[in-house]
Design a protein around this ligand. Sequence first.
Ligand code: GDP
Ligand code: MG
Length: 175
Amino acid sequence: PERVLEIDYVFKIVVVGDSAVGKTQVLGRFAKDEFYFDSKSTIGVEFQTRTVTINRKSIKAQIWDTAGQERYRAVTSAYYRGALGAMLVYDITKRQSFDHVARWLEELRAHADNSIVIMLLGNKADLTSKRAVSKEDATEFAEEQGLFFSETSALSGENVESAFLMLLEEIHGVV
Ligand code: GDP
Ligand code: MG
């Protein structure tokens, strides 16, 4: 007989950040269970899931992607509704994408729950020769804003798994 996996919790996670920073690639690296895309949806959202075990509990991460709505203030409040965690992604080679992190934080704070756990991700960490944002600047900013922080590469996979697990563990801890 087919084994049915019991799910203890479903955690909604949203991924935000400027266009082309690698949000979809980062998400694709981590979530390989299912792919959901509602092409008829007026809000045009999509999500992918992956189930992990934390403290013997089976946790399904339902991770939402912006699907090309990254223009400032174009992401609707429905996208943020019920989110327990957020990955706020910038590109370490694009200074502007880091400068816009403050705007994305405003959006999260305006539309998401106060208790949302936010992790800042400096993606494309494999492109070190084109680096435009230092790890020190990002670490300092994250500390000031009370965010978790990691540099990732969706290309090599570096730190992607650990960043999502850290976020999920933190949410699990505070649930
Ligand atoms: P999104 O618009 O934020 O969803 O960005 P995408 O995931 O579509 O990625 C935008 C572009 O950046 C694509 O050409 C990706 O192949 C590339 N990309 C994404 N992540 C990485 C990474 O970690 N390293 C490198 N070198 N390229 C990446
Ligand atoms: Mg995308």
